[in-house]
Design a protein around this ligand. Structure first.
Ligand code: PLP
Length: 388
């Protein structure tokens, strides 16, 4: 990537923090297997247990409740299962109720069969429909097992924050289990599994400035746990077998330490930049629709539709001007898919929307340049065929 490009796709992956890079590099040369009892193995075990404590601190959880995985997708597949244990006793989960705006990692339903999945709608402002959630849980057939509810704390496309504490109250009143995908919330809002009232949180290293390939399932306690997804040598107390990846885990922990410091102050700076850019966008194109602007959102995201400009075309136009942003949800094939989040919010998804997501490395100069490119793209859309 040329140095003149600007990166505005932090929700897809945040740039690697120097602290995380340093931690990865020093872990790379460590010899031994963390499960070995000799000194080399014990040194790696200490690294992993310290990292577990750092990730627990980020999530307001106890270190013993952090299970390292290869990322958030694996953590979701680990926890979204009909088969749980309460200590030694099997515990059946009858149905998964997932919000309509979940990331595919959750929306696909993990290990639940398709017929055991229900969708919780959102109202037009992108917030989960609480009365419908209440109705769904009241109608839940407990003979099948307990209900499980999955709602993300911060949506990856819109940045909208869900009222998790209110959702937790409803879930608790119906004896259910609450899983919260906190991937886009970590480091962007203060995070505490206790305060949220969630039973499980899901976090990912590469969204907070750590390396790709690490994540965690964080539980509120240690008694009620899902059946393992990966069986074998019994690592991670039997919840996730396979030799741990100390390099990725060390980087993940370094990032967790860094983004956990002064969350409020740091996000305040990012929010001011985001708000400035939004102001300039609205001044340049009064018809731009900024989704979720009237509800509680994280301070780094702008999800917008420019009438008359298809998201795919817009993404290419920004890219050619040196601005990396994303359109709808990028499928693994690299093709742009229609946004299920827009559909759930009641918008026509055909035109799509573009997402700008920034972070602490974003500068005032980046914001100015992005605003200029936005104005150019918006003007061109009004006069197709004319040179901008
Ligand atoms: N959940 C959300 C909200 C995400 O944004 C993502 C990544 O795009 C994931 C889950 C999956 O994370 P990972 O890449 O660690 O599997």
């Amino acid at each position: 990537m040329s140095s003149s490009r600007i990166y505005m796709d932090w929700n897809a992956t945040a740039p690697l923090l120097p602290e995380a890079r340093e931690a990865c590099l020093s872990a790379l040369d460590l010899l031994g297997n963390p499960s070995s009892v000799h000194g080399e193995g014990r040194a790696l075990r200490t690294l992993i247990e310290n990292a577990r404590r750092d990730v627990a601190v980020l999530c307001g959880a106890k270190p013993g409740s952090v299970i390292f995985t290869s990322g958030a997708t694996e953590a979701a597949n680990l926890v979204l299962t009909p088969d749980f244990r309460m200590g030694r006793t099997p515990l059946k989960i009858g149905r998964l109720y997932a919000s309509a705006i979940e990331h595919p990692a959750v929306r696909e339903g993990g290990r639940f069969p398709r017929e055991a999945l229900s969708e919780i709608p959102v109202i037009s402002d992108g917030v989960v429909d609480l009365p419908v959630l209440r109705e769904l849980l009241s109608a839940h057939d407990r003979q099948l097992g307990l209900p499980m509810v999955a709602v993300m704390l911060v949506n990856n496309e819109t940045g909208i924050i869900q009222p998790i504490a209110a959702i937790a109250e409803i879930v608790r009143a119906h004896g259910g289990i609450l899983v919260v995908d906190a991937v886009q919330a970590a480091g962007r809002v203060p995070l505490s599994i206790e305060d949220l009232g969630a039973d499980f949180l899901i976090v990912s290293s590469h969204k907070i400035g750590g390396p790709k390939g690490a994540g965690a399932l964080v539980a509120r306690g240690e008694v009620m746990m899902p059946a393992p997804l990966i069986r074998g040598g019994g690592q991670e107390k039997g919840h996730r077998s396979g030799t741990e990846n100390p390099v990725a885990i060390a980087g993940f922990a370094a990032a967790a330490r860094k983004v956990g410091e002064d969350v409020g102050q740091r996000i305040g700076v990012v929010t001011a930049l985001r708000d400035k850019l939004e102001g300039e966008m609205l001044a340049a194109a009064t018809d731009v629709v900024i989704h979720g602007r009237d509800v509680s959102r994280v301070g780094n995201t702008i999800f917008f539709t420019l009438p008359g400009l298809k998201a795919e075309t817009g993404q290419i136009a920004f890219d050619l001007e040196g601005v990396a942003l994303s359109a709808g949800s990028a499928c693994s094939s690299g093709k742009v898919g229609q946004s299920h989040v827009l559909t759930a919010m009641g918008y026509d998804p055909r035109q799509g929307a573009l997402r700008i997501s920034i972070g602490e490395g974003t500068t005032q100069a980046d914001i100015d340049r992005c605003a200029t490119v936005f104005a150019k793209v918006a003007a061109r859309r009004r006069a197709p065929g004319q040179a901008a």
